[in-house]
Design a protein around this ligand. Structure first.
Ligand code: CP3
Length: 322
């Protein structure tokens, strides 16, 4: 994630002319940006150029994506607003579907295209807090004090995201990823009660589809057993747990993704190689590992460091598989 983002001068050039949302709404521009990391860095998959907030517009939510801040919602959520939210139907968000067709065409089957959506908890947290937060107090307060509103909100979000991902599959994505970036703030018991059934509901829309389902989260080393119950095919872990320990907890019948700390990419080449080699050694030759960062690429990352990282991982994979 954020592999097409601000660390690339080629992206910044486009962004100097268009807002993030303008790019998302123009299928040709979105396709071009999505392809940048494939052409420049040599990564093995492209990710759809969109944002987790976009489908909320179709549900009746007004938001902005502020530079350096992220999503901002000016009207704080209350139970009346939750009542008025309109669940998305399978037609999804038309311009995103057009961006998928344009991106698939532009990639010419060189690499797969990953579609995505925000997971219900992470979307709910933006709706309730109004912006990024450290402590998620408003979100948890609503969960504890007004469980009826919480469950209605999560139900509407999960129905909508299930339909949205399903529409993305119809439009041609090769895999889907749900981003529960902020769910690591919850205890395992609260995850079980307030989140698990809804993330499960999102994936239930894709059960009979032939696409791998990736579950992304951060700060969730203590929640892995719960998260495993969501279902899906691949689980993404951050750097707060050694990858071999995480895989053992998840079980070897699922695939795993991660777990390099994005800050490592700001260090010297030798340290990047040592940390990467450690991850690759820990996963060994077991099939079902996708090399990735534990979270998004930081804006100050030198693109050359990522290019070298991609090369290093490819070399290692060649020398250990046959
Ligand atoms: O390469 C890609 O990953 C592009 C597609 C993409 C974007 N957002 C575009 C974007 C994806 C997969 C996302 C997911 C997303 N958006 C998540 C989940 C993944 C994660 O990083 O945890 C979340 C939580 C958001 C909400 C959001 N939008 C945040 C936190 C930010 C960053 C704020 C900042 O500027 O630091 C955004 C803005 C955003 N969305 C950018 C991009 C490329 C930043 C660059 C820009 O403003 O042009």
């Amino acid at each position: 994630m954020r592999q097409a983002g601000r660390f690339l001068p080629e992206y910044r050039k486009i962004r100097s002319k268009y807002s993030l949302i303008d790019i998302c709404k123009d299928p040709e521009l979105a396709a071009g940006v999505s392809r940048l990391p494939v052409d420049i860095l040599g990564v093995d998959a492209a990710i759809l150029f969109a944002d987790i907030m976009l489908p909320l517009e179709g549900m009746g939510v007004k938001f902005d994506i502020a530079d350096g801040v992220g999503p901002v919602i000016s009207t704080p959520l209350n139970s009346q607003i939750v009542d008025s939210l309109i669940p998305l139907d399978h037609s999804g968000v038309p311009y995103v579907m057009e961006a998928i067709s344009a991106t698939k065409k532009s990639l010419e089957s060189r690499v797969p295209l990953i579609g995505f959506c925000g997971a219900p908890f992470t979307l709910a947290s933006y709706l309730i807090e109004g912006h990024a937060t450290r402590d998620f107090i408003k979100t948890k307060k609503l969960m504890y004090k007004n469980p009826k509103t919480w469950h209605l909100l999560m139900d509407k979000l999960s129905i909508s995201m299930g339909s949205y991902l399903s529409a993305q599959v119809n439009a041609g994505v090769d895999a889907v990823q749900i981003f529960d970036s902020w769910v690591g703030c919850l205890s395992p018991a609260d995850y079980h009660t307030y989140v698990l059934p809804y993330s499960q509901q999102v994936f239930s829309y894709l059960e009979d589809r032939e696409v791998p389902r990736i579950h992304f989260s951060t700060g969730t080393a203590a929640l892995l057993e719960e998260i495993r119950q969501v279902g899906g095919d691949v689980f993404s872990v951050d750097w707060r747990i050694p990858i071999d320990v995480a895989w053992q907890k998840l079980g070897y019948d699922v695939a795993i993704q991660g777990n390099l700390d994005p800050v490592v990419l700001l260090a010297e080449k030798d340290l990047i190689r040592t940390k990467t080699a450690d991850i690759l050694t820990r996963v060994g030759n077991r099939p079902g590992y996708i090399f990735n960062l534990g979270h998004g690429v930081l804006p100050e990352t030198p693109p050359e460091n990522i290019r070298q990282l991609v090369e290093f991982v490819h070399e290692h994979t060649k020398s250990t598989t046959h």
